[in-house]
Ligand binder design. Structure first.
Ligand SMILES: Cc1cc2nc3c(=O)[nH]c(=O)nc-3n(C[C@H](O)[C@H](O)[C@H](O)COP(=O)(O)OP(=O)(O)OC[C@H]3O[C@@H](n4cnc5c(N)ncnc54)[C@H](O)[C@@H]3O)c2cc1C
Length: 421
C-alpha cells in the first residue's frame, strides 16, 4: 500500500527500512552510501526541492585546510575523491575542479600553525606544500603579497558545484533503488516506548525502524518534535560577487586568508570574496520558518563594513571593481564547530546528521559514508569522539546559549580554531 503524493515523483510508501528527512548534500549523501551498502529500502523526504535549504548557495570550496584530526580529514579527503569520480557513475557532474587551494600566513604564529598542519597532513598523504610569497604572486598575480610570510598549497583540491554534488549523489541513490521524494514535509516521529516506529508527514505515515534527521538548520526544531536535542543555530553567512575583473583566469586556485577572515576564488569573469567575520550574527533564534526555500537574507552592510576592508585588501584591484551581489544566507553552527552525527541518546532508531558549520559540501561525502556505516553496523567506522551528538549537553539548545555562543563561531571556525584555548 502507498500514500498518495503529487504527480510525477515516486509514491510515498507506507513502510521503509530507513527514512531520511532532508534533501541537502547531507541527506543525499547518506542515501547514496546506504544504497551502496545494500540498504535500498530507503526513502528520502525533502519538504521543497533538493538543495533548497543551505546547499544551493554554498561557495563550493573543497579543501582539507584546518582538518587536523583523522575523522575530519577523512570527511574532506574522501569527499574530494568521491566528487572527482562520481560523474562516471551517475552521469551527473559535481563540477569538481582541482584548481588548487592556498592558505596564506601573514603572522609568525599563523605560519607556525600552518607548518604544523602541513606536517600532520603529510603523514596522511596530503601534499600540503609551503610556498614563498614570490611563488604565491606567480600563481595569483592579483593578490597582495608584501605582507605574506609564506603560503601553503594543496594542488589536488579546489572547488565544486554544491547543487551538482547533491544532485549527483541523489541520482546515484535513485539508480540503486532509493525513493527520493520532494514536496513532502516530515511533521513528527511516532514512537513505541523508546523506539522509533514511524515518520509522520503532511501526506501520510511511513512505518520505519530508522529515521535520519538531516534537516540542516531545521534539525533542532525537527528533533524537538521527538524530544531529541539537536543543539545548532543558524547564523548569517556572507560572500560577495564582483563585477568583471580584468585578466581574471577562471582556473586560479582558491585562496584563504585566515588572518583577515576572507577567502577568494574566481567566479565567472569576476571574483567571489567570502567572509567569516570574527563577530557573527545568529539568525532566527526562535526557529527557521518551514516555508524558507532557496532563501536569502537581507545583508547587514553596517555590521559587515569593518570586516570587508581587510578582506578586500588581499586583492587590491577590488577597490576599483564594483560589487555585483552582496549575498547573505543562513548556515548552521554548533557549540564546538563540529558536526552533530550519529544515534540520538534519547530515542533508539533516531540518527542525526546536521550542524555542518559551513563545511557541509567539502565534508558531505565523508559524512554520508560514516553515517551510513554507523546505521548499518551499529558502530561508527571512525573515531567518533568529536562528532557524535551524544557529546553535547542539553543546555546547548537553550535560546540564551545559542544567542551568545553563535556570535563567536564563524571566526573560531575559520581563523581562530588553530589557537588552543
Ligand atoms: C554563504 C555560504 C557559503 C558556504 N560555502 C561553503 C563552502 O564553500 N564549502 C562547504 O563545504 N560548505 C559551504 N557552506 C556550507 C554548506 O552550504 C552547508 O554546510 C551544507 O549545505 C549543509 O547541508 P545539509 O544537507 O546539512 O543542509 P541543507 O542543505 O539545509 O538541507 C536540509 C534540507 O532539509 C529540508 N527539510 C528541513 N526540514 C524538513 C522536514 N521537516 N521535512 C522534509 N524536509 C525538511 C530542507 O528543506 C533542506 O533542503 C556555505 C554556506 C553558506 C551559507
Amino acid at each position: 500500500m502507498t500514500n498518495e503524493v503529487g504527480p510525477g515523483g515516486p509514491a510515498l510508501p507506507d513502510r521503509a527500512r530507513v527514512v531520511i528527512v532532508g534533501g541537502g548534500v547531507t541527506g543525499c549523501s547518506i542515501a547514496y552510501h546506504l544504497a551502496h551498502l545494500g540498504w535500498t529500502d530507503v526513502v528520502l523526504l525533502e519538504q521543497h526541492r533538493l538543495t533548497a535549504g543551505t546547499t544551493w548557495h554554498a561557495a563550493g570550496l573543497i579543501t582539507s585546510a584546518g582538518m587536523t584530526d583523522e575523522t575530519l580529514l577523512f570527511f574532506s579527503r574522501y569527499s574530494r575523491d568521491l566528487y572527482a569520480r562520481l560523474e562516471q557513475e551517475t552521469g551527473h557532474s559535481t563540477g569538481f575542479r582541482p584548481v588548487g587551494h592556498i592558505s596564506v600566513a601573514t603572522t609568525a604564529a599563523r605560519q607556525a600553525a600552518l607548518r604544523r598542519e602541513a606536517a600532520w597532513m603529510h603523514g596522511f598523504g596530503v601534499e600540503d606544500t609551503e610556498i614563498s610569497p614570490g611563488e604565491l604572486a606567480r600563481m595569483w598575480p592579483l593578490a597582495r603579497t608584501d605582507d605574506v610570510l609564506s603560503a601553503f598549497y594543496v594542488a589536488d583540491e579546489g572547488r565544486a558545484d554544491p547543487v551538482g554534488v547533491a544532485t549527483s549523489l541523489a541520482k546515484g541513490a535513485r539508480q540503486l533503488g532509493v525513493a527520493v521524494i520532494e514536496g513532502v514535509r516530515a511533521t513528527g516521529v511516532a514512537t513505541h516506548g523508546r523506539r522509533v516506529r514511524a515518520v509522520l508527514t503532511d501526506q501520510g505515515t511511513i512505518e520505519t525502524e530508522v529515521v535520519v534527521n538531516a534537516a540542516g538548520m531545521w534539525a533542532r526544531q525537527f528533533g524537538a518534535l521527538a524530544g531529541v536535542s539537536v543543539p545548532l543555530q543558524a547564523a548569517e553567512h556572507y560572500y560577495l560577487l564582483t563585477d568583471t575583473v580584468p585578466g581574471m583566469d577562471p582556473d586560479l586556485p582558491v585562496i584563504e586568508d585566515p588572518d583577515n577572515y576572507g577567502y577568494y576564488r574566481p567566479e565567472g569573469d569576476g571574483m567571489l570574496v567570502g567572509l567569516f567575520e570574527p563577530v557573527g550574527a545568529p539568525w532566527s533564534l526562535d526557529g527557521v520558518p518551514p516555508g524558507f526555500a532557496f532563501g536569502k537574507l537581507p545583508p547587514d552592510w553596517e555590521r559587515m563594513t569593518p570586516y570587508l576592508g581587510p578582506a578586500m585588501d588581499r586583492i587590491p584591484s577590488l577597490a576599483e571593481i564594483g560589487v555585483r551581489t552582496f549575498f547573505c544566507g543562513p548556515e548552521s553552527f554548533t557549540s564546538d564547530v563540529r558536526p552533530l552525527l550519529g544515534p540520538a541518546p534519547e530515542l533508539d532508531g533516531y540518527f542525526v546528521a546536521a550542524g555542518l558549520n559551513s563545511l557541509g559540501i567539502l565534508s558531505g561525502g565523508g559524512v554520508g559514508n560514516v553515517v551510513a556505516q554507523w546505521i548499518v553496523d551499529g558502530v561508527p567506522p571512525v573515531d567518533a569522539t568529536g562528532i557524535a551528538i551524544d557529546r553535547t549537553a542539553s543546555y546547548e539548545t537553550s535560546r540564551r546559549f545559542r544567542a551568545e555562543r553563535t556570535v563567536e563561531q564563524l571566526g573560531v571556525l575559520f581563523g581562530d580554531a588553530v589557537w588552543p584555548d
